[in-house]
Design a protein around this ligand. Structure first.
Ligand SMILES: [Zn+2]
Length: 305
């Protein structure tokens, strides 16, 4: 199993030479997602050696340009590189019209289907689910309707001790049941105990993404106990007033959310272009939530570890 996040863009609205607008590439067990698609996303994908055509699902948090201005360019490149398999784009109401009008104005006919699946950002629910993962959305509090996302691994099967099972001549057709915590009655009427042949499953991990938002306590119920929380920290405390008027967060506010939500680690991003680095953000966040740090473009965070 693998579950990792690559930070494609850790900056806010104004790109800098070292920070692109928001975008993240998620790999979970052979599935590839994007969260947000700011300007420059496709160049970051190329620079970092990621494979554009493997991305099947794109989740857009809100319609401020620094979170989706790269979307139509990225879709166009997918087309020019010969894509035929569909892409699902999940985003707030209004996104479908935006994508269509841009493609129509250019007379572009993509050789693949773009399914834009809109949701109401004031609500919460499941956007996508497969056998191993679920992606949920929930409301943040920003200047326009905005969603946060939670990607969780589903509860996993117990781990079979194959050597022991083989040695004891347990039939292969019983393996599945044993891994599902079920005892088996074999053909001789003997009970095969799942506890004897399996061990505890690996812990299921989760990743929460909260950008952009002001300090907003109601998000805690949706991200409680996440292994990793990415929370925007556009400003430091000195610019608390600016954070309030623009409906963004400071580093200490992000840390307070992380602490209250009892997450494993806080990653801070969406840093304003006025900061060369996030040292001051860490200085302010760590006394509130020790396991805090800021992220840089190009970083890979392994959630499975
Ligand atoms: Zn925004």
């Amino acid at each position: 199993m693998s579950f990792s996040v690559t930070i494609l863009g850790s900056g806010s609205a104004v790109p800098t030479s070292s920070r692109n607008p928001t975008s993240q590439h998620i790999e979970c067990n052979g599935r590839y997602f994007l969260i947000d698609c700011g300007e420059g996303t496709q160049m970051q994908i190329r620079k970092l050696g990621l494979k554009l055509q493997r991305i099947d699902r794109i989740f857009i948090s809100h319609l401020h340009g620094d979170h989706y201005f790269g979307l139509v360019g990225l879709l166009s490149t997918m087309h020019m590189m010969g894509r035929t398999k569909p892409v699902n784009v999940y985003g707030p109401l209004g996104l479908k019209d935006i994508v269509e009008i841009q493609l129509q104005a250019a007379g572009s006919r993509l050789a693949f289907t773009v399914n834009v699946i809109e949701h109401e950002p004031e609500s919460s629910g499941v956007l996508y689910e497969d056998a191993k993962h679920v992606v949920r959305y929930f409301p943040l509090s920003h200047k326009i309707p905005t969603s946060g996302f939670l990607i969780s691994q589903k509860e996993r099967e117990r781990v079979l001790n194959v050597e022991k099972a083989r040695a004891d001549k347990v039939r292969i057709e019983y393996y599945h049941q044993l891994k599902k915590s079920q005892d088996v009655i074999d053909e001789k009427g003997q009970t095969i105990s799942f506890m004897e042949y399996t061990s505890e499953p690996p812990i299921s991990r989760s990743y929460a993404f909260c950008s952009d938002t002001r300090y907003h306590v109601p998000i805690i119920e949706f991200i409680k106990g996440a292994d990793i929380l990415y929370h925007e920290a556009t400003f430091t405390d000195k610019l608390l007033d600016r954070a309030k008027t623009t409906r963004h967060s400071t580093a200490s506010q992000a840390a307070l959310i992380a602490s209250k939500a009892e997450v494993g680690q806080l990653l801070m991003g969406h840093l304003s272009a006025r900061y060369d680095n996030g040292d001051q953000h860490e200085f302010e966040a760590k006394p509130i939530f020790e396991n805090s740090r800021y992220v840089n473009d190009g970083e890979v965070i392994n959630i499975e570890a």
